[in-house]
Write a protein that binds this ligand. Structure first.
Ligand SMILES: [Zn+2]
Length: 72
């Protein structure tokens, strides 16, 4: 049957665990995943505990191309 909701379906995006811990709260809950914002798609690394953004880089519109961030 057809479901009618006001909210669009939320795309399920893979959240990739990132090794390390949050510099703010110390939680080992870092995840890397793409988000869309006014500037387009970005790939972010966020702490899932306090939502601190550790990294943010432009993400390809063309598909899931892995970008290595400059953490070195
Ligand atoms: Zn945190």
């Amino acid at each position: 049957m057809t479901e009618e909701h006001d909210t669009p379906p939320t795309p399920v995006l893979e959240r990739i665990p990132v090794h390390g811990d949050c510099p703010r709260c110390g939680a080992e809950e870092l995840r890397r995943y793409p988000v869309v914002s006014e500037g387009g798609w970005f790939e972010v690394v966020k702490c899932q505990q306090c939502l601190l953004s550790l990294d943010r880089s432009p993400w390809s519109r063309l598909g899931p191309i892995q970008l290595l961030t400059d953490l070195l």
